[in-house]
Design a protein around this ligand. Structure first.
Ligand code: SF4
Length: 366
């Protein structure tokens, strides 16, 4: 286990080094406090700072903290944590390899055994044969580009917004590093959450509790309770619009929008208020249905249908580029909320509040 493995624990060679050292994870979590502490820091910093903190001085501790961190993430078992953690590890790795690549250019004759450059990572992820230098930049095979760029946020990454020549997409160095970062993120998220044996899980109860506290303090898991219709997925915007237009919705569509609104935190009263504009609205039915979905009049709390179900009922309308990377309307909304900055959300909340007070006769003194 060397420093290179410690700095880039997702490399195949790092995984192999851990295997060859015959490390028993159950013993590590039971006996090696330094490793567990660093693993906990990796995960909590991923949540709070979107990076994984300063590496431990001892390469063995640093390297072993990576599999333990993956175990912690798995035990907490929240989608948002898996995403944040993989993103943070990949961001840290990208910072390191860009610094290593710069050093490599500067000290080309000396070499640095701990460094990992862009070229090393292209080989690691079998990308070297699909990327070639071209003038100041690079060209990436279109299939490879699509595979990696489809998960990168931003319209500029969509193929329709890119020049395409001879089956290749031109990118600059920074963009290529972003694609490599994406490959790292995918490898880190691969297999998460893991199935964790009870012997390991029982040793990490306290740390799992700590991660859950950090998550709840940041309110990430309940972020989705913020109601910003501008950020709703196209399918739900469409259904909401149809409700407001007074259209008669078939049962599956009405269930989909009601469950979605309930899942993002609207109360039965608020949903009833929204539906009231619809002439086909029946207050009693809406209350019954909403309470049922929310689990108040039934033992189950229902979740809005996934994209596959929405598609099969014809409720998936105008899917956009983000839709290609999610499988549930709630995930779409979650990603949008996460991408929106706090100021934007504040503006939306204020807009929503003033719209509500204009609509409400009591609030406007009518
Ligand atoms: S893909 Fe999913 S989120 Fe997007 S519009 Fe269709 S159902 Fe909605």
């Amino acid at each position: 286990m060397n420093r290179r493995h410690a700095r880039y624990p997702f490399l195949q060679s790092a995984r192999q080094a851990v295997q060859e050292a015959g490390v028993d994870l159950a013993t590590i979590v039971a006996e090696d406090d330094a490793v567990v502490e660093r693993a906990l820091e990796r995960v909590t910093k991923a949540v709070t700072e979107r990076e994984v903190g300063e590496p431990a001085r001892d390469p063995r501790t640093e390297l072993l903290s990576y599999p333990v961190a993956r175990v912690l993430v798995s035990l907490v078992d929240e989608n948002i944590l898996v995403r944040r953690y993989a993103e943070a590890e990949a961001t840290t790795a990208a910072e390191r390899f860009t610094a290593d690549s710069d050093d490599d250019e500067q000290f080309a004759s000396v070499g640095n055994a701990d460094a990992v450059t862009r070229e090393d990572l292209l080989r690691e992820f079998d990308l070297a044969d699909h990327v070639r230098s071209a003038g100041d930049g690079f060209r990436v095979d279109v299939a490879t580009y699509l595979l990696l760029a489809s998960s990168v946020r931003g319209e500029e990454w969509r193929l329709v917004n890119r020049p395409l020549a001879d089956g290749e997409v031109p990118v600059d160095g920074y963009e290529l590093d972003t694609l490599v970062q994406q490959a790292i993120e995918e490898r880190i998220a691969e297999g998460l959450p893991l199935n964790v044996p009870d012997a390991i899980a029982s040793e990490l109860g306290e740390e799992v509790g700590e991660v859950k506290t950090v998550l709840s303090e940041l309110d990430l898991t309940t972020d989705i309770d913020t109601v910003v219709p501008d950020l709703f997925p196209p399918c739900m915007k469409n259904l909401l619009e149809r409700v407001r237009r007074g259209d008669h919705l078939p049962h599956h569509s009405r269930f989909a929008i009601t469950a979605f609104l309930a899942n993002i935190g609207l109360s039965t009263d608020e949903i009833v208020d929204i539906y009231e504009v619809n002439p086909g609205f029946g207050e009693e039915m809406t209350r019954y249905q909403t309470d049922h979905i929310q689990g108040e009049s039934s033992p189950t709390e229902y979740t809005a249908p996934a994209c596959a179900t929405m598609k099969s009922y014809g409720d998936c309308v105008n899917p956009d580029s983000l839709c290609e990377n999610i499988s549930h309307p709630l995930s779409y909304y979650e990603v949008k909320l996460e991408d929106a900055d706090e100021e934007e959300l504040e503006d939306w909340r204020e807009e929503g509040d003033s719209e509500r007070s204009e609509e409400s006769p009591e609030a406007s003194g009518e």
